[in-house]
Ligand binder design. Sequence first.
Ligand code: PLP
Length: 287
Amino acid sequence: MKWIVNGEVYEEQEARISSRNRGALFGDGLFETFRVEKGIPLFLNEHLVRLVQSAEKLRFTHIPDEQEFKRAIREAIRWNQVKSGYLRLTLTRGNGGFAVPLKQLDQPCYWVEARELPLKTNLYDQGIRAIVSYPICNPLSPTSGTKSLQFLDNIMARDDAEKKGVQEAILRTVEGDLCEGASSNLFLVRDGVIRTPALNRGPLPGIVRAWVIQTAHQLGLTVEESRLEPEELHQADEVFLTNSSLGVFPCVQVNGQSVGHGVPGPVTCRLIRAWKEAVMEQTKASF
Ligand SMILES: Cc1ncc(COP(=O)(O)O)c(C=O)c1O
């Protein structure tokens, strides 16, 4: 596998970052995870806009321009001959110790990895199971709502889920209400209305979350963004999750209790179909 590091191509074994890289030392950086289909990175512009906005929020003084990122993404797909797979762009504030003022750190560092990873189609028919996890999301944190490299809370929550034999952990805010999955956004459906935690409750402004909200409106479905309590998971007719790697996918069980009839519901299935169509549409364009 080849990696692109600051615009240069390296064999995986040769790709290096400094031991003073701030991403490694402090989680001082951001990442974006893309789905690639037919060699095209989906929602490319949306991901890059979120990256730039997050970098501004985290007070990066300088980041490579959009064209440079696009070139690196194109190269990573081409060198690794990815048709249907996964691509990750990581951006850190470069190298430097704790005492260096943020405004002096103007040499950011980025790298891109891409690999073949076809979708598992049974995920969409069978759905996944989840547990409700810690109250750890802090909507008031300055890093809230960014896809920052500080991801250990999410990894530990996911580890708890795996130890319980399920695939996803649903995180709560420090006030106990629902926030998002460890690597996904969360949606409930009740009486035909789609509900999702509002962005002011701290979830990542997910690329697929935004797509679902827009598409649901186009399909004539009602979407409410609000504060949601954990009990609402058990009252829901359907629960589904979204992320860029998997699109829209059903969650059929929470804390050992079936959601609705324990199978993917009609609203979820409709959005999965719409997602697959949107992917087909996007892969018609050149990149
Ligand atoms: C914590 C978290 N929330 C939500 C998402 C979904 O975001 P997106 O649709 O942009 O992939 C992710 C993606 O991995 C995530 O890690």
